[in-house]
Design a protein around this ligand. Structure first.
Ligand SMILES: [Zn+2]
Length: 208
């Protein structure tokens, strides 16, 4: 642990840390500092409340039950749990958008010229988010690791359905909106979901 880590060096990093945009060494400094500092932990809690509220506004179907507003701000345990929930939602959303774009392209629907680049960014960011989850010891069941493994490679129809199955079980305890297509749903229902997903998803910096 870096003995020189203080509130004044950590506070400017917290927003980027909550959004998963910090480099690994800086993220380590933040993680090392939070358990020792109620003040910075409270700041993380505040950032998460704002981020959750923003995500809910941008995605009206998001269940509010998971916002845990009953928790007293400033509790570090609460902050880390909220961060885990947010990390899982970001990972879910990245994979959803990747699968939605892939499905529409498979069906011959025109997607934006940058869709292939978005796919590569989604896969890279999904790996980074998973690393954060593992660092937070929040993937004991390994469903996050299975999900990230399932999206690479994603070249065949079987691979797409396998990734969707992994996503379904990853989201089982905390589904997002719109609902994922069921295994028995046909191509039309999958295409409808894909279009809804690309339209309804939050457009903040937590998704690509
Ligand atoms: Zn501090």
């Amino acid at each position: 642990m870096n003995a020189a880590t203080t509130c004044s060096t950590v506070l400017p990093l917290l927003s980027a840390w909550v959004d998963g945009r910090l480099a690994a060494d800086a993220a380590d400094r933040v993680r090392g500092h939070l358990p020792e500092c109620p003040r910075c932990a409270a700041s993380v809690e505040g950032l998460l409340i704002v981020a959750d509220a923003t995500a809910t506004l941008l995605a009206p179907g998001t269940p509010v039950a998971r916002r845990r507003t009953d928790e007293r701000p400033g509790r570090f345990d609460g902050a880390i749990e909220r961060l885990v929930i947010r990390r899982r939602r970001v990972l879910s959303r990245l994979v959803r958008r990747l699968l939605a774009r892939r499905w529409l392209r498979r069906e011959g629907e025109a997607t934006s010229a940058s869709a292939a680049a978005d796919d590569r960014t989604s896969v890279a960011r999904s790996r980074a988010v998973l690393e954060e989850l593992v660092d937070l010891d929040s993937d004991p069941s390994g469903d996050g690791a299975r999900l990230v493994a399932a999206i690479d490679p994603l070249g065949t129809s079987e691979a797409w359905h396998g990734a969707m199955a992994a996503l379904r079980s990853f989201e089982a305890s905390a589904p997002l909106a719109p609902p994922l297509p069921a295994p028995e749903d046909g191509p039309d229902a999958r295409a409808r979901w894909a279009r809804d997903e690309l339209e309804a998803a939050p457009v903040g910096d937590d998704v690509v």
